[in-house]
Design a protein around this ligand. Structure first.
Ligand code: 6R9
Length: 573
């Protein structure tokens, strides 16, 4: 299976090559009401515009989990998000203020998130799995004044240590709200709020709407800031790459704590006006297949880890379900193994379309399209309106099949506009004149297809999540028994990578299985479940540079039984 040819059919992007030649982002503006009215707000375009254009009674959201099963029309979403916008404004939110959303998926998450954007806030969505330290780091860095959360999660917000944090909106009944003066009942406020649209803040295309914290290889998590103008690219890729049509039932499996869960779990599909499925609760093959079947999902956007877990499940599970509604499948987050593409072809009779992009890029950049041949293992080709290339460290463009830095010509619509409070970090990405350098290594073949080779920093992609080793190491060394810690990603069939920690113990402590379990529990309760090292190896000493940096590449080489390379900077080599 070298090339999978497109199926016969009509597609939203009919002629990739011609569109690349003729397309201009100006053309996309026509999709939006601000093009006529001058009033800009991405949340308005996402929800209200569809009501204005006569689609108010169409289902916008199907939400379900183990205990809820609900549907909301665009009209209902408009009212709920207007109410939420009033709640934020009444509590003093001003244009540009960061407002955090820290809750599991639920309809209220979507009301709050879009309501905050309507009110002009810059929304910082947080994974529900975050524990106190992870929450603290993000609230501290952003100096956020407000956060919305649930009664279950509120205790993980150390508000005594966060002087900027003034208001904590808690969902559910008002009992929690009585516990502290900073606590306010979100539900009570919502009930009392008007559904009129007077709380919508009109903004500039260059004003911020979302702040996604993401991990780097060193230092603390960084706040990637995106502006309302990103809607151009979110809309256009929802059309070209998700290939959405008016009657589609679309399911993006990502949580809004990850950029995929906002750009393509909220904005892309709703800017396009399709029906969006959100399924709460935990992953299981039965649950996911049932979701596809019961909602008659037509377009499905997920990640290699999930596909690999479905692939590993017994065949009998799949055979119980009728998945004939599916028309189009896409993947993001990690390399999509050809083996998974083959599996998709066998069991769904469909090609899985890989897409490449990053938190920093705001929207898809390199993709496979329904009307184009797919080379399994390749991320595809740049979207029309965007130029991608492979460059060396001096900015010279490399030829076909030469490996180098995957770089994008700077200036695409959804590009991040800053790293919150960290201009030097932001500038690092653009250090080579005219280019955004992604941190990924890749090559481009003679047909213009891009092939991912790896990350050139130590960031770990595990089960589709991007984890910074530094954050975990920092937490590990807070454990009473641990002197030093180094964390790497170890290749894993299902998860892409698993987190492996090497630790050196303090005097008086001995390696044991109990201690391993204890360390895992410590990380789980202090940082996040997805940050727990699946493997922990005890070492007498860790390899370090003379300046004291743990040499993760040496740990990696040990783990993979590969040459350690240049050890000249290693202490005690
Ligand atoms: C959207 C998202 C970005 C990093 C990126 C790269 C990896 C994403 C990929 C892929 C191979 C793909 N990545 N898509 N690697 N093939 N199709 O994932 O954002 O969480 O910021 O991660 O993910 O290494 O640099 P984010």
């Amino acid at each position: 299976m070298e090339i999978l040819e497109p199926k016969q059919g009509t597609y939203q992007l009919e002629d990739y090559s011609r569109t690349r030649e003729t397309f201009d982002w100006e053309q996309t503006k026509e999709a939006f009401s601000w093009n006529k009215t001058g009033n800009v707000n991405i949340a308005y375009e996402t929800i209200d515009r569809h009501v204005d254009e006569g689609r108010g009674e169409k289902t916008a959201l199907y939400y379900s989990d183990a205990s809820r099963d609900e549907a909301y029309t665009f009209q209902a979403m408009k009212e709920k998000t207007n109410q939420a916008a009033h709640v934020f404004k009444d509590l003093g939110v001003k244009k540009g203020d960061p407002v955090f959303i820290f809750m599991p998926r639920s309809p209220e998450l979507y009301f709050a998130l879009l309501g905050a954007v309507k009110a002009g806030a810059v929304v910082g969505p947080l994974f529900e799995a975050f524990m106190q330290d992870a929450v603290r780091a993000r609230l501290e860095d952003s100096e956020a004044k407000m956060i919305v959360t649930t009664p279950e999660l509120v205790s993980r917000i150390p508000h005594e240590e966060l002087p900027h944090l003034e208001t904590i909106l808690v969902t559910g009944d008002s009992s929690k709200a009585d516990e502290h003066e900073k606590y306010v009942s979100f539900d009570e406020k919502m009930k009392a709020a008007s559904t009129d649209d007077s709380a919508i803040e009109w903004v500039d295309l260059e004003d911020g709407f979302v702040l996604h914290y993401t991990s780097g290889s060193t230092g603390k998590p960084k706040g990637v800031y995106h502006v309302h103008k990103a809607m151009l690219q979110q809309y256009q890729t929802a059309k070209w790459v998700l290939d959405l049509r008016e009657d589609d039932i679309y399911w993006c499996t990502a949580d809004p704590g990850w950029v995929t869960g906002t750009s393509y779990g909220i904005f892309g599909p709703w800017l396009y006006g399709v029906t969006n499925v959100v399924r709460g609760g935990r992953f299981s093959p039965d649950d996911w297949y049932a979701t596809l079947q019961n909602y008659k999902v037509t377009v499905w956007y997920s990640a290699p880890t999930a596909f690999r877990m479905l692939m590993a499940a017994p065949k009998e599970i799949l055979e119980k379900y009728d998945l004939s509604s599916l028309r189009h499948i896409l993947s993001v987050g990690e390399p999509l193994n050809p083996e998974v593409v083959r599996w998709g072809w066998d069991v769904f009779g469909l090609r899985i379309h890989d897409t490449w992009w990053m938190t920093e890029t705001g929207a898809m950049l390199i993709c496979n399209y329904p009307s184009e041949p797919i080379k399994p293992g390749s991320m595809g080709k740049p979207i029309p309106g965007v130029d991608a290339s492979i460059i060396d460290d001096d900015g010279n463009e490399l030829g076909p099949n030469e490996m180098g830095n995957l770089a994008i010509r700077a200036g695409w619509p959804a590009q991040m506009r800053k790293i919150w409070n960290n201009e030097p970090k932001f500038n690092e990405y653009f250090a080579i004149e005219g280019w955004y350098v992604s941190g990924d290594t890749a090559y481009k073949d003679e047909d213009g297809y891009f092939w991912f080779q790896g990350r050139n920093d130590d960031v770990i992609m595990t089960a589709g999540e991007r984890v910074g080793p530094f954050e975990i190491e920092s937490k590990l060394v807070e454990h009473e028994a641990i002197a030093e810690a180094g964390v790497i990603g170890k290749p894993d069939e299902i998860r892409g990578h698993i987190i492996k920690a090497f630790v050196a113990l303090k005097d008086g402590y001995e390696p044991s299985d109990d201690l391993q379990d204890n360390i895992k529990k410590f990380i789980k309760s202090e940082l996040a479940a997805h940050a727990v090292p699946r493997e922990i190896e005890f070492k007498d000493k860790l390899p370090k540079t003379r300046s004291g940096k743990i040499m993760r590449r040496v740990l990696k080489a040990w783990e993979l039984d590969e040459p350690t390379g240049d050890l000249s900077t290693m202490d005690d080599a």
